[in-house]
Design a protein around this ligand. Structure first.
Ligand SMILES: Nc1ncnc2c1ncn2[C@@H]1O[C@H](COP(=O)(O)OP(=O)(O)OP(=O)(O)O)[C@@H](O)[C@H]1O
Ligand SMILES: [Mg+2]
Length: 271
């Protein structure tokens, strides 16, 4: 586990998002504090509507907080101009619930991947070198670049699409990856493959990963630390073992009891 103080790469304090006003007012995220060390996998777990995606979007700089501050590498994050925001996005990237939302459906797959190389400053590389990079990224996720190059994203299966998203991340090479329910659209077998690939990004490349899920069993499988979110607030947090094997809050206990099989596999019967 990384040293808590020396290598915090992303943190937030008092992060709050209020949508609407008056009778339509929703406090989606309510004074949340979070911190992530380099190379760590942190899960945010909670029921639908608990505020996970809203929090992720604020960390990503896609939604502006109503209150609170985000710190990147120890300094207040500055995304006040287009240039600064683009610079920030070299460091933090996302995979979303719906992979279609990440692609321009009129762009073929090779141009989706070429965009990533260009974003990382590779615009002027010789084309053969770019092909090599795209081939490597595809083989990282067990896809064959040659077979994909002339296809459109909608011609792929759900699992292939999710893998292509990870190939994009491989090329973009951010310090931090936010994976928001990345396995929600695929079957159990592809889900295991995707989770293994996410772990490989951490283990082989040292990426820091924020994994968002309503499935506390998956969170146990992948994370160092876990934050449990209920109605915009973190009700419990700590190491995956502490929080999931010894939950203190009734809400956490309920999330665990929704996944009966983890009782059997990890012998939680004494909890
Ligand atoms: N753009 C928006 N305008 C108004 N309300 C919103 C908006 N986005 C989210 N909300 C509300 O904020 C709350 C939190 O939503 P959010 O999408 O963050 O939940 P979530 O935990 O990601 O849920 P899920 O697991 O279903 O993806 C919900 O009550 C939602 O209706
Ligand atoms: Mg969500």
């Amino acid at each position: 586990m990384p040293d808590e103080k020396s290598n915090i790469c992303l943190s937030a304090s008092g992060l709050t998002k209020v949508f609407g006003s008056g009778r339509t007012k929703t406090v989606a995220v309510d004074h949340v504090d979070i911190s992530l060390c380099e190379g760590e996998v942190v899960s945010i777990v909670g029921e639908s509507g608990s505020g996970k995606t809203t929090l992720a979007k604020m960390l990503l700089g896609l939604l502006s907080p109503t209150e609170g501050e985000v710190y990147f590498q120890g300094k207040p994050r500055d995304i006040s101009s287009h240039k600064k925001r683009k610079e920030y996005w070299k460091n933090i990237q996302a995979i979303f619930q719906d992979p279609f939302s990440s692609y321009n459906i009129f762009h073929k797959i090779d141009s989706v991947l070429l965009d990533c190389i260009n974003m990382r400053g590779g615009r002027h590389l010789p084309y053969e070198e770019k092909v090599e990079m795209m081939t490597e990224a595809c083989s990282f996720v067990n896809l064959k670049f040659d077979e994909l190059t002339n296809k459109y994203p909608f011609e792929l299966s759900g699992g292939q699409m999710q893998r292509l998203m990870i190939a994009r991340i491989f090329l973009l090479d951010p310090k931090i990856l936010v994976a928001d329910e990345p396995t929600s659209m695929i079957d159990a077998c592809s889900r295991a493959t995707i989770l293994d690939m996410l772990m490989q990004l951490r283990d082989d490349i040292g990426m820091t990963v924020i994994f968002i899920t309503h499935d506390i069993g998956l969170a146990y499988y992948v994370s160092d630390n876990v934050y449990i979110m209920e109605q915009g607030v973190f009700v419990e947090s700590g190491s995956a073992d502490d929080v999931i094997l010894h939950p203190k809050e009734p809400y956490t206990q309920r999330l665990i009891s929704d996944v009966p099989k983890i009782y059997e596999e990890w012998d939680l019967s004494t909890v």
